[in-house]
Design a protein around this ligand. Sequence first.
Ligand code: SF4
Length: 105
Amino acid sequence: MSVERGTMFRKVAFLTCQVGPHSKVKINLSGCNFDCKYCFAVAKKEVGRTLSVDGLLNLFAESCSSVYGNLVNDVQLTGGEPTEDPGHWDRIRLGWWQSYGEEVV
Ligand code: SF4
């Protein structure tokens, strides 16, 4: 994969650690250029903390360590619209693979 790591910034509205029925982390980005009527406002507006890909990976790792005591590989990246910039998700996956040697599913 030939993407450059750590140069992409997105606003992160919140991160949720699910503990049952299985461990799963949900990351809500914010900001979107669509206009769905059913959208919940926090995801559409530019709210939250601006994080680089490395910053988001660090937040993910710290959250996993704090809640589970280990990393989990079930991650949901959701809106705001993650596909607004398709390269962002590629960078996160590459960063995950380089840092932890595992594939995010
Ligand atoms: S964040 Fe999702 S639901 Fe909301 S406007 Fe964008 S695409 Fe629609």
